[in-house]
Design a protein around this ligand. Structure first.
Ligand SMILES: Nc1nc2c(ncn2[C@@H]2O[C@H](COP(=O)(O)OP(=O)(O)O)[C@@H](O)[C@H]2O)c(=O)[nH]1
Ligand SMILES: [Mg+2]
Length: 226
């Protein structure tokens, strides 16, 4: 599987906090690489469908017993409870007041996961289109989700976050006509802000478009790698 790893490395640390985060993220990345684990950091605003999408992608993956999820929220175990219906290893991080996950939180969560046989790790970030941008977690790829209900202008309004994506998912396409979603403008904005990202248009609810996304996310993962 291609591994562009441009998250974090292209972000210039401009504070001791970010420099420290990058150091721990690098350690996380070395750990993932040594174990052959592909890590996807999922980012979006609250309610665009991160948890639903992760659940649907894993439901559609034959080798989902080889997946684990770390999910971040300010409060509640709700997302972990939902995802435990699909995979057995789910760790919930409650950030309290913090509006993003950081590399240290991930390093601590990794201690709670049995990685024998695990090949794919999803990290669901805290719902926010700004704060998580600069915080590399050691992920292999970033998947940014835009739901049609948020409006077609979000990619150009939040170019920082969209610009770090290798995958952009337009979700809730079943609702597009009801909210008069301007698809062309959205696609233009994504291509402008995230020119190298692969774009998917899906409905996690109806399953429309999901097969291609599942194949893209899981396609190059060799479950038998020792
Ligand atoms: N109509 C529709 N609703 C969706 C879709 N995907 C997610 N939802 C709903 O949107 C709400 C928020 O989804 P959730 O996965 O919790 O979003 P998150 O906050 O980004 O993790 C839930 O009520 C989901 O059932 C979709 O494709 N279509
Ligand atoms: Mg969620």
């Amino acid at each position: 599987m291609s591994d562009t790893k441009n998250t974090g490395r292209t972000l210039k640390p401009h504070s001791p906090l970010l420099a420290k985060n990058d150091l721990i993220a690098q350690q996380n990345r070395q750990f993932f690489e040594s174990k052959g684990i592909h890590v996807i950091n999922v980012l979006s605003s609250p309610g665009s469908g991160k948890t639903t999408l992760i659940g649907k992608i894993l439901s559609g993956w034959r080798d989902r017993h080889r997946a684990a999820v770390i999910t971040g929220d300010l409060a509640t175990e709700n997302d972990a409870d939902r995802l435990k219906q699909v995979v057995s290893q789910v760790v919930q991080i409650n950030t309290g007041t913090a509006c993003h996950l950081d590399a240290r939180m991930i390093a601590e969560a990794l201690e709670k996961i049995d990685f024998s046989g695990i090949r794919l790790l999803f990290i669901e970030n805290v719902g926010n289109l700004v704060c998580p941008t600069m915080f590399d977690l050691g992920e292999t790829r970033r998947m940014v989700v835009l739901s049609v209900t948020e409006g077609e202008d979000k990619p150009v309004k939040y170019p920082g976050l969209f610009g770090t994506a290798q995958i952009v998912v337009i979700n809730k396409k079943d609702l597009a006509e009801y909210v008069e979603f301007d698809r062309d403008t959205a696609l233009e904005g994504i291509r402008k802000t995230a020119p190298n990202a692969t774009i998917f248009e899906v409905s996690a609810k109806t399953g429309s478009g999901m097969n291609a996304l599942v194949t893209h996310v899981t396609g190059g993962i060799d479950p038998e790698r020792s």
